[in-house]
Design a binder for this molecule. Structure first.
Ligand code: RAM
Length: 753
């Protein structure tokens, strides 16, 4: 029996079914089929399914998978993932000679609201679903039950929207519909390779309180992404409404930051005991306002279900400073909330888009915290097809690029048709982070073509001077000194930022091309890197002072390797001066923040780097923690010191980009660094600094577990590290003594007095 083609044949047998429904209406398609043979003769049973929209499949009333929101969000025009579920056990455990296969179909990302600034972009008006169940019996015979014209359809009575929430009427379906066969471009189908979106954990509410206006507010104690499951009994037809928000403002549910997203679930009771779980939407929230609850609220009736793409936690860090531990907790929760099918900017408001700049900034931190290899690989494949099909081969600002369909009212526009530094550099920096973390050459090869496109498009905006100073830039986005309504108005000169980014990207593309044996390419990117570096120094650097003289430009120039001594040392000193002059408040935006602590510690200003990390006054990494944050905020001051919410249009409380300092915490405070891609050689190099007296870091690398624990007591530094079998490393002690080759368990001490 041939196995590989069976999957494709099975899907080929399935028709795409649709029904004419208004947006938000959820359709249930159904078939009841006689099984060819008794259930105990089934040796294999596989369900393949996918949709334009999101679907849920069930057999005899039981879901076929724990995963939710399938098929997830990809660049549907070119890539639509189909899922494969092994349902043999489920069929065998059932009874009867008939089988009921049902498919719920909702708008999801395909037809639902998507976008921002009052644009509603989506992929089309028609949603559809296809599924094929292939059953094999002990005698070798095969039966296929696939979507086709004989299926029935009904209005499930459920209404759902990712942004706005879900309505579930427990009294049952609202009426018959006509199932209609349609089709999609089947060349877009591919087997799912990225991890599925799963329920990951549940949280019980911490407390319930009455707001000043009398609303009932349930607090889950953690800003999270998913939904609330609740069990309730009341009169038939009675409605319970849940509204979600991340924060309270003046003691009331703070929904303003959600902008156009209603984030409201409505449950209509059956009269019996009902359990509601709105699985065709998701919300970013910590607080839920409950109205219409019959009788007294019992917190046991509620649980928050945390939902994100399946990924394994691989990196942990703990140190003597509880606020830093909370910062790391917040970064981890930021990744959970925003790694839901697509790496998003935020999970709560009318946006939730795969902004490329956000993950460009955050990829290194993400790759340490969770095994992000498959998740980001899937997304990078979307990035490539989008870029390949975009005018001029320009990396879009969001992937999947739904914004190309957005019709912004009020003349709102984005720099569509030009390459954009940091955002476009995601095509290089995300693969670069994956390469360092996991060392997978095949993946690097798969990601390389998008690097070529990005650099090609950026080169077109390089002027005769050799600087990337033409086109459009978002620059050091969300510089804390920029006015709330103009987040691109940063201190850093946007061309300095762009030219530095071009140098970093060209340098890594050269490295990647060399690894992949593409020598001509490597030479091309090396030349580009060299001319860019020369132009940067000629036009932007004067005696170590970099044009626009702010922390971000020094951070980029130093960390990306644009400077030579003595300019390098002077730039490091100038950066330290600026950081001190700002009283250790953060002064960088998206571009500079991931690198500013690195730039300080690499130029001999470790104490300043620690002071910057440990600062608590706004703006700083720890300020939000003093305000009770449980995730990373979009703005340093998403909540102002007086507890009011920042008036800016963009005020998310779950935006991971500024959490990118986590990478420095793991590598420099924690001391676990890859000396070779994928940790095939490890560098153990913690650099202690004032304010932290011990740290414990552990990482499951592709080669095994690496750990490093250090402690500083009365000037005596002790370290205990552990490397996997067969892996060597370099131990670099903070006293400046010689580098030592290590393997296995190592304990060392040195005097730092
Ligand atoms: C905002 C997003 C995102 C950023 C873009 C430029 O709308 O939230 O974080 O990348 O703008």
């Amino acid at each position: 029996m041939t196995t590989a083609p069976v999957d494709d044949i099975a899907l080929a047998a399935a028709a795409f079914l649709t029904a004419d429904t208004p947006r938000n209406a959820v359709v249930r398609f159904r078939t009841v089929s006689a099984l060819d043979q008794p259930r105990d003769r089934i040796t294999r049973a596989t369900l393949h399914a996918t949709a334009h929209g999101v679907y849920e499949a069930s057999l005899d009333g039981e879901p076929v998978t724990e995963s939710v929101l399938n098929p997830g969000w990809t660049s549907y025009e070119w890539r639509l993932a189909y899922q494969t579920f092994d349902v043999r056990g489920q069929l065998a455990a059932g009874s009867g000679s008939e089988l009921r296969l049902e498919l719920l179909l909702a708008d999801g990302w395909y037809r639902g609201d998507l976008g921002f600034a009052r644009a509603n972009a989506n992929y089309g008006d028609e949603i559809s679903v296809a599924a094929a169940l292939t059953i094999e019996y002990a005698d070798g015979s095969q039966q296929t039950i696939a979507t086709g014209p004989e299926w029935t359809a009904e209005d499930s009575g459920i209404r759902s929207s990712l942004y706005n929430g879900q309505t579930i009427d427990a009294r049952g379906a609202a009426g018959p519909l006509e199932a209609r066969v349609t089709d999609i471009d089947r060349r877009t189908l591919f087997p799912q390779s990225a991890p599925l979106v799963m329920r990951q954990e549940t949280l019980k509410p911490m407390s319930v309180q009455l707001s000043p206006s009398g609303s009932v507010l349930v607090d889950f104690g953690q800003n999270l992404v998913g939904w609330v499951r609740c069990t309730v009994q009341g009169e038939s037809g009675h409605e319970v409404t849940l509204r979600h928000a991340e924060v309270l403002e003046d003691g009331e549910l703070g929904t303003r930051p959600l902008r156009g997203a209603a984030a409201t679930d409505v449950f209509v009771l059956s009269g019996g005991l009902d359990t509601f779980e709105p699985t065709l939407t998701f919300h970013g929230f910590r607080y839920v306002e409950v109205s219409g609850w019959p009788g007294d609220i019992d917190l046991d009736s509620f649980e928050a279900v945390v939902v994100h793409s399946e990924m394994k936690r691989i990196g942990t860090f703990e140190c003597s400073e509880p606020l830093v531990n909370q910062l790391i907790h917040n970064s981890v929760w930021g990744q959970k909330g925003n790694f839901l099918s697509v790496p998003t900017d935020c999970p709560q408001r009318d946006e939730r888009l795969g902004w490329t700049g956000d993950i460009a900034a955050y990829a290194a931190s993400a790759a340490f915290q969770f095994d992000s290899a498959d998740f980001l690989d899937g997304w990078l494949r979307d990035l490539f097809v989008e870029t390949e099909h975009a005018d001029g081969g320009i990396v879009p600002l969001t992937v999947p690029d739904v914004l190309k369909y957005a019709n912004f009212p009020d003349g709102f526009s984005l720099p569509w048709h030009r390459a954009t530094a940091v955002w476009g550099d995601a095509a290089v920096w995300v693969p670069q982070a994956l390469w360092h973390a996991y060392g997978d050459r095949e993946r690097l090869a798969a990601h390389y073509p998008a690097m070529v496109l990005h650099l090609g498009s950026a080169e077109r905006d390089v002027s005769a001077s050799g600087l990337w100073d033409l086109g459009n830039q978002l620059g050091d986005w969300l510089d804390p000194d920029a006015p709330p309504e103009d987040p691109a108005a940063a201190k850093a000169d946007p061309s300095v930022v762009a030219t530095a980014c071009l140098y970093r990207s060209a340098s890594f593309a050269a490295e990647a091309a060399t690894i992949l044996g593409a020598d001509e390419d490597a030479a091309r990117w090396r030349r580009l890197a060299e001319t860019t570096r020369a132009a940067f120094n000629q036009h932007y650097v004067d005696g170590g002072i970099v044009l626009s003289d702010c922390a971000t430009v020094y951070a980029l120039a130093i960390v990306f390797g644009l400077l030579d001594d003595p300019d390098l040392a002077r730039a490091g000193d100038r950066l330290a001066e600026l950081v001190r002059a700002a009283d250790y408040r953060v002064t960088t935006g998206f571009a500079g923040t991931p690198f500013v602590t690195w730039a300080l510690s690499e130029t001999g200003h470790v104490d300043d780097a620690y002071a910057l990390l440990l600062e608590r006054e706004c703006p700083s990494w720890l300020y939000p923690i003093t305000m009770g944050a449980t995730t990373i905020w979009e703005r340093w001051d998403s909540m102002l010191p007086d507890g009011t919410v920042n008036a800016g249009e963009m005020t998310s409380f779950n935006h991971y980009a500024l959490g990118a300092v986590a990478d420095w915490v793991y590598q420099v405070v924690g001391g676990v660094r890859p000396a070779e891609p994928g940790y095939s050689r490890v560098r153990i190099q913690p650099v202690p600094g004032p304010g932290i007296t011990w740290a414990r870091t552990r990482l499951e690398t592709p080669r095994g577990v690496v750990s490093c624990e250090w402690e500083l007591v009365d000037g005596e530094f002790t370290i205990h590290s552990s490397l996997p079998d067969g892996v060597e490393g370099d131990l670099v002690l903070p006293d400046g003594s010689a580098v030592r080759t290590i393997d296995g368990e190592t304990r060392w001490r040195c005097d730092l007095r």
